[in-house]
Design a binder for this molecule. Structure first.
Ligand code: AGP
Length: 610
């Protein structure tokens, strides 16, 4: 949730960590701060609000010093004000610490530390860590040893970075549950929550695993375990460049990412489709065909938008591969004594690969003997590293908090997995070829739908005063209705509900009057005729109907007040096209309502707390 950057080297550190922090702002943005070691003291600056506020406060008074840490916060404990902003210091101001995660036993540690004479200044759980490190470091232990000892006493999750006046060219970092990496430069080193913060300086990174401590100095880095035993870690080269994560001329990352979908889908599919065989090549599954044939049940687990993709995967898997499949919210799965065994395949879907609940659900599944796969976008993320195998989405960095291109790539990846499982079972080569062909055509069809953005913008203009919007769909497009509603809620703060269209009669129909816009996702598919009846039911009650229909439709479209057309494709692939107008609708409504599209209130891109 929060973002962390640290630096030590020959250059002025404050400006460097501030620049890195700006690239992490999508992780949290309710307050920010930095600490610099300079001339035997630590200078701390913090501000409530966005990083721009902190930056403004530092204009003309950027602290000197060559070692610094910085933090952008998404509050978990304590209101988002300057006092609770990180870094937090010990009693004497000898050390400063930033933290991403939650210290669950802070309520026990805090009174004990107070009793021992420590004075707390904030309401945060994090501050206990600063005082715990102080206890040993103050008695002469090295910063790394003191951090290791402090961490033995805490329960919960953390990614931390610490600096001290006693070791002015060292940053100590540690990870348990919150992502962190060391970025290796030339005569300088960094730590960061993710690579985007440091890409301007180096592409060589070392991903920390849980229970590891990193000690960086300008000329060296060491990775240790909590007992201070040194570990040998691989240096990975990041292949994203900065241009890829800039907005590329678009006013918002979200719009850029919506418009990138032809390309992101091409990348998800590249090298994986075997047209003649009606099959797919998935190099990363790490499970043999014999292993996959042993699977008699699939559980797909995820959160938010990724959970919506999972629902589409369930429909695909049962229809084409005929394997019983269930979808579970990761946050529920992990706490409900789930029934899985070695013949169960548990598939985690996550854009970030860091969502705490999804990670914990996969760990739980593994502990119980299930095979685990990850459908993940961020290469090298924790989920990607911990699962038995998986399919990288290759959708490229997704910075906008509202997930868009990752969603369509997740559906494409689920179709690939379904084909793999299906072709090993009853799915014929002819059926396989049909799906492969459908997938191969998708990027071009997506382009055609995105070209209708101005039409969608006009529809959005007429909806901006709506206080509620209902989204309805059936079959493969029921999860699209859920996703359309989620997009609208999260970025425009308009209340929206997604429902299976037929369920409307069992309650939500009471909401319908001439003020209630109802968005029907109604492409020509197996349940199309049923949806026509549902549209009639809404029209009969004066509802205002906006539809997403297949080109040339004359049934639903005739009843609708506004329509957006999509080209024809296979039923199972329609969600990749029908969701596009809904992403654009949410985007344009949010922009017209003056909302901060890329950084909606209260949200964070990567939810690394449970
Ligand atoms: C989507 O727009 C959301 N911001 C959110 O629901 C997101 O999909 C969810 O937090 C899961 O994230 P992940 O895919 O990175 O695991």
């Amino acid at each position: 949730m929060c973002g962390i950057v640290g630096y030590t080297g020959p250059r002025p550190a404050a400006a460097l960590v501030l620049e890195g922090l700006k690239r992490l702002e999508y992780r949290g943005y309710d307050s920010a701060g930095l600490a610099v070691v300079d001339g035997g003291r630590i200078e701390v600056h913090k501000a409530a609000g966005r990083i721009a506020v902190l930056e403004k406060e530092l204009t003309g008074m950027m602290p000197a010093g060559r070692t610094a840490i910085a933090h952008t916060r998404w509050a978990t404990h304590g209101v988002p004000n300057t006092t609770n902003a990180h870094p937090h210091t010990d009693c004497g101001g000898t050390l400063a610490l930033v933290h991403n995660g939650i210290i669950e036993n802070a309520g026990v540690l805090r009174p004990a530390l107070t009793k021992r004479g420590h004075v707390f200044r904030s309401e945060t759980d994090t501050e206990v860590l600063a005082h715990l490190v102080e206890e040993l470091h103050g008695k002469g232990a090295s910063l790394a040893d003191a951090v290791a000892a402090a961490l033995q006493q805490v329960e919960g999750t953390y990614g931390i970075a610490v600096i001290s006046t006693r070791e002015p060219d060292t940053v100590v970092a540690a990870r348990h549950g919150s992502p962190l990496l060391v970025a290796v430069g030339n005569g300088e080193n960094f730590i960061a929550s993710d690579a985007s913060a440091v890409l301007a300086h180096t592409r060589s990174v070392v991903y920390l695993d849980d229970g590891e401590i990193a000690v960086i100095t300008p000329g060296d880095y060491r990775i240790l375990d909590l007992s201070s035993v040194e570990k040998d870690k691989t240096v990975t080269q990041v292949d994203w460049d900065l241009a890829t994560i800039e907005r590329g001329g678009h006013p918002h990352f979200m719009l850029k990412e919506i418009m990138e979908q032809p390309e992101s889908l091409r990348n998800t599919l590249r090298g994986r489709l075997l047209e003649d065989e009606g099959d797919v090549r998935l190099g990363g599954l790490n499970l043999s065909d014999a292993d996959l044939l042993q699977i008699n049940r699939i559980v797909i687990t995820a959160c938010g938008t990724s959970w919506h993709a999972a629902l589409i995967g369930e429909y695909m898997m049962e229809e084409l591969a005929r394997i019983p499949t269930e979808v579970e919210y990761a946050s529920e799965f992990r706490y409900r004594n789930p029934i899985v065994d070695e013949r169960t395949l548990v598939v985690g879907i996550s854009q970030s690969g860091e969502t705490a609940d999804t990670l914990a659900a996969l760990r739980e599944a593994k502990r119980r003997g299930a095979r685990t796969l990850g459908l993940v976008n961020v290469v090298g993320s924790t989920i990607a590293r911990e699962v038995d195998g998986g399919i990288y989405l290759h959708a490229g960095p997704e910075i906008g908090v509202a997930s868009t291109k990752a969603f369509t790539s997740q559906i494409a990846a689920l179709a690939l997995l379904t084909l793999k499982m299906g072709r090993l079972r009853a799915l014929s080569i002819l059926q396989g070829r049909e799906v492969v062909k459908g997938l191969a055509r998708l990027p071009e069809l997506v382009e055609r739908v995105l070209a209708k953005a101005p039409e969608v913008e006009r529809i959005a203009e007429r909806l901006i005063r709506a206080g509620n919007v209902l989204y309805l769909g059936r079959g493969y497009n029921f999860p699209v209705a859920l996703e359309g509603a989620l997009k609208l809620k999260e970025i425009s703060y308009v209340h929206a509900e997604g429902y299976p269209a037929a369920e409307m009669k069992h309650g939500p129909i009471a909401l319908i009057d001439d003020l209630m816009p109802v968005v029907f996702v109604a492409p020509k598919d197996a349940v199309y005729q049923k949806v026509v009846s549902n549209v009639e039911e809404v029209k009969a009650r004066g509802g205002r109907v906006i539809t997403v229909v297949t080109e040339g439709d004359s049934g639903v479209a005739k009843l609708a007040d506004q329509k957006i057309e999509i080209p024809e494709t296979l039923d199972l692939l329609t969600p990749i096209l029908t969701v596009l107008p809904l992403q654009l609708l949410a985007y344009y409504m949010a922009v017209r309502r003056g909302c901060n599209v890329d950084q909606p209130r209260n949200l964070a891109k990567s939810v690394t707390v449970e």
